[in-house]
Design a protein around this ligand. Structure first.
Ligand code: FAD
Ligand code: NAD
Length: 470
């Protein structure tokens, strides 16, 4: 029987990053991954690279360029006659995915991580059984086991996914034509991102959201402003909408739902179900080795991702916490560094959230409401992008930066950005908060001119009531 220091089950951003870091630290490492691409070839990268972060951002970028050409190029003095070729857009997306997934295979080779292609399950707390696509079984021994099996789309009984008319996020990344009308169930991250993609390409998009609040976990001021901007772009977001039934009639999907107590019905060419994701933990043999899962199927772990059984750890989407690629990766790194005797530290409070609409929405730390509810006295400063020279030059003046600081010691409690490149701007906020910085620290830091980052600087000045340009 082959034996390893570490066997990782799952080659997504949690598992593959952990495997590479373990190999860097001198562990003999294997990673079991069962994913196969459309041609039946095994691939690494998990949800993130194959059907998540990367393909969705490829389509968001393409559709952003398209919308620029259609709606904004004129004001830059550019006359363009833009048409979308969906097949070429999808081929480009696939090329991006293939390049990156092959890149991970190359990184495994470089770092001497063994890729065991197949389905992994725990035979005991120190052996893993790998079943290849042709049914062949091998068992390997492991001093440590890391479960990183990720998640899959959640479903709801009134809208069963057939991947033709009613699709999940994977289906919505793969449309071969722009639907004339698109219904989306769920105004969360996926609903907003993929809803934006197809709206920009010409679909009429209606998003049905069960909750009465838009982006319930975001800062209220940011959520309200984002809702307004997205609605102006044409995303028809209906809050408090409860889907009761769907049926395919001819080539259309009829969706029945309740809104403010009245029964409604609407026909769409396609419907996307984007109501969250659920952990992928069945068939792993967890129960037979005594590893607990919670009622929703998440592997139960402590703050160091230990399952409480032998040397078995679990990370990423299959355990508690936000279902984000960077959270999964950092958890994986911290587990293997701890195994190697280091003392890594991961602050879950400082995991940034980013929604890649345009303008983008990004935040880290507490919203004004959460900080206040936690009993903090806060001082907030905000700065609108319409007062930023760089945003004006770009023609991207919607949104704002808002900083929530502690009124007593000025420490930054949260930073919220709705604006162009918010995904990049939030990194400064995360770094400042990691170092326990204050609004004044940001205010006293020299920011290049003209940059969008100056809006973060100005929002920090605004905490003390002394923004210069607004
Ligand atoms: P996964 O990426 O799900 O990987 C788990 C891997 O384990 C899979 O490859 C699976 O095949 C494998 N596996 C499962 N069971 C077994 C088994 N028994 N044997 C062998 N292999 C197994 N997050 C972000 O941070 N930013 C984004 O922009 C973003 N965009 C997204 C867009 C979409 C459309 C979706 C669906 C998700 C997006 N996410 C994003 C979420 C992100 O993809 C996940 O949080 C991330 O992939 C979780 O990483 P993971 O390693 O825990 O799990
Ligand atoms: P989500 O949790 O972000 O949003 C789901 C939405 O669906 C919620 O607003 C919820 O209230 C609503 N909902 C639930 N049941 C409903 C119902 N029956 N009818 C109508 N609405 C309903 O989940 P998601 O958008 O499916 O994405 C899953 C996860 O994937 C995200 O939570 C996130 O962790 C990850 N993700 C991240 C990114 C990113 O970081 N940019 C992008 C995509 C996905």
């Amino acid at each position: 029987m082959d034996s390893y220091d570490l066997v990782v089950i799952g080659g997504g951003p949690g598992g593959y990053v952990a495997a590479i870091r373990a190999a860097q630290l001198g562990m003999k490492t294997a990673c079991v991954e069962r994913w196969q691409n459309a041609s039946g070839k095994g691939v690494l990268g998990g949800t993130c690279l194959n059907v998540g972060c990367i393909p969705s951002k490829a389509l968001l970028d393409t559709s952003h360029h398209f919308e620029f050409l259609r709606q904004h190029a004129k004001e830059h003095g550019i006359d363009a006659d833009a048409r979308i070729d969906v097949a070429r857009m999808q081929a480009r997306k696939q090329k991006v995915v293939t390049t990156l997934t092959q890149g991970i295979a190359a990184l495994f080779k470089k770092n001497k991580v063994t890729w065991l292609a197949g389905n992994g399950s725990l035979a005991s707390s120190d052996t893993v059984c790998v079943t290849s696509a042709d049914g062949k079984q091998t068992t390997v021994a492991a001093r440590y086991i890391l479960v990183a099996t990720g998640s899959v789309p959640a479903t709801i009984p009134p809208a069963p996914v057939d991947q033709k008319f009613i699709v999940d996020s994977t289906g919505a990344l793969d449309f071969d034509a722009v639907p004339t009308t698109l219904g989306v169930i769920g105004a969360g991250v996926i609903g907003l991102e993929l809803g934006s993609v197809w709206r920009r390409l010409g679909a009429e998009v209606v998003i049905l959201e069960a909750l009465p609040d838009f982006l319930a976990t975001a800062d209220r001021q940011i959520a309200k402003e984002a809702h307004k901007i997205l609605a102006k772009q044409g995303l028809d977001i209906r809050l408090g909408a409860k889907v009761t039934a769907t049926r395919v009639e001819g080539e259309m999907v009829v969706v029945d739902y309740e809104l403010s107590g009245s029964a409604q019905s609407q026909c769409f060419d396609r419907v996307v179900v984007a109501v969250g994701r659920k952990p992928c933990t069945t068939g792993l043999g967890l129960e037979q080795v005594g590893i607990a899962t919670d009622p929703r199927g998440f592997v139960v772990v402590d703050e160091h991702c230990h399952t409480g059984v032998g040397n078995v750890f679990a990370i990423g989407d299959c355990v508690r916490g936000p279902m984000l690629a960077h959270k999964a990766s950092e958890e994986g790194v911290s587990v293997v560094e701890r195994i190697a005797g280091q003392k890594p530290h991961l602050d879950f409070r400082l995991v940034p959230w980013i929604i890649y609409t345009w303008p983008e929405i990004a935040w880290v730390g507490d919203s004004e409401q959460a900080a206040t509810a936690a009993g903090r006295r806060v001082r907030c400063g905000s700065f609108p992008f319409m007062a930023s020279g760089r945003a004006r030059a770009m023609g991207d003046t919607e949104g704002l930066v808002k900083i929530v600081a502690d009124a007593d010691d000025d420490s930054v409690l949260g930073v919220h950005v709705l604006g162009p490149n918010a995904s990049e701007l939030i990194a400064e906020a995360v770094a400042v908060m990691e170092f326990g910085g204050s609004a004044e620290d940001i205010a006293r830091t020299v920011h290049g001119h003209p940059t969008l980052a100056e809006a973060v600087h100005e929002a920090a000045l605004a905490v003390d009531g002394r923004a210069i340009h607004f």
